[in-house]
Design a protein around this ligand. Structure first.
Ligand code: S3P
Length: 161
């Protein structure tokens, strides 16, 4: 059975959607950021050694989870920046882009623990602009999430049916 891989910008709801999908579809849920922190320590500490170092660690974790089957994988917002990660995730996964308007996200995102937002949520705007084409290009399904997250979950369940 293929994995279900959620991608999208920070704060778009990947973690929440993954957890609720896991309950609905009775599948295990893995969160790459949580796995990184479990094995390597807090993300802000990893960024202190440079973003490249963080990306190396992230690639290791992605390679590991991509080898699994039938799981739901919630990725960090930058997980698809490296082609090797996209390839690994795609090999046995259906990639779903959760496209939440940045205006929705900046209102309530928690910036703590997110080094790329250390100067506040407005940094998300340029990040989203740069990454949007990547998310679009590598996803199998593009789900616009401009309502309550339960709509997003329902939409994904329909797609997977
Ligand atoms: C990042 C997103 C974060 C985390 C790290 C870098 C990014 O994950 O992986 O802070 O580059 O967009 P979330 O999308 O889960 O916040």
């Amino acid at each position: 059975m293929k994995n279900i891989v959620l991608i999208g910008i920070m704060g778009c709801g990947k973690t929440t959607v993954a957890e609720r999908l896991g309950e609905e579809l009775k599948r295990p849920v893995l969160d790459t950021d949580a796995l990184i922190e479990k094995d390597f320590g807090p993300i802000p500490k990893l960024f202190e050694q440079g973003e490249d170092y963080f990306r190396e660690v992230e690639s290791q974790i992605i390679s590991r989870v991509s080898a699994l089957e039938g799981v739901i994988i919630s990725t960090g917002g930058g997980a698809v920046l490296r082609e090797e990660n996209v390839k690994a995730l795609k090999k046995n996964g259906i990639i779903i882009f959760i496209d939440r308007p940045v205006d929705f996200i900046v209102k309530d995102i928690d910036c703590s623990g997110r080094p790329l937002l250390k100067n506040g949520p407005e940094a998300l705007r340029s990040l989203a602009e740069k990454r949007y084409p990547i998310y679009k290009a590598c996803c199998d399904y593009h789900v616009v999430s401009d309502n309550d997250l339960s709509h997003t979950i329902q939409r994904i369940v329909e797609i997977l049916r």
